[in-house]
Design a protein around this ligand. Structure first.
Ligand SMILES: [Zn+2]
Length: 73
């Protein structure tokens, strides 16, 4: 049986997860900083990565933000 329901979505507060995290992904090799709480920490990783791989200078930022769905009462 499939029942139609309305859902809502809101920010999730998961223990151990920051509400927002930044990740830099190298476009050349797809290596990544992994999620970092501070944007500057993700940038520091990119600087070190470019320093070790001089042709890897383009990055894609991924923002991790956690959400949770729940049925509307
Ligand atoms: Zn790279």
């Amino acid at each position: 049986m499939i029942q139609h329901a309305q859902w809502r979505i809101g920010p999730a507060k998961a223990p151990g997860n920051p509400p927002l995290a930044h990740e830099m992904v190298c476009v050349a090799c797809t290596d990544s900083s992994g999620p970092r709480r501070e944007f500057e920490a993700a940038c520091d990783w990119a600087f070190r990565h470019s320093g070790g791989h001089l042709s890897h200078t383009a990055y894609r930022e991924v923002v991790h933000r956690y959400w949770r769905t729940a049925p509307v009462d």
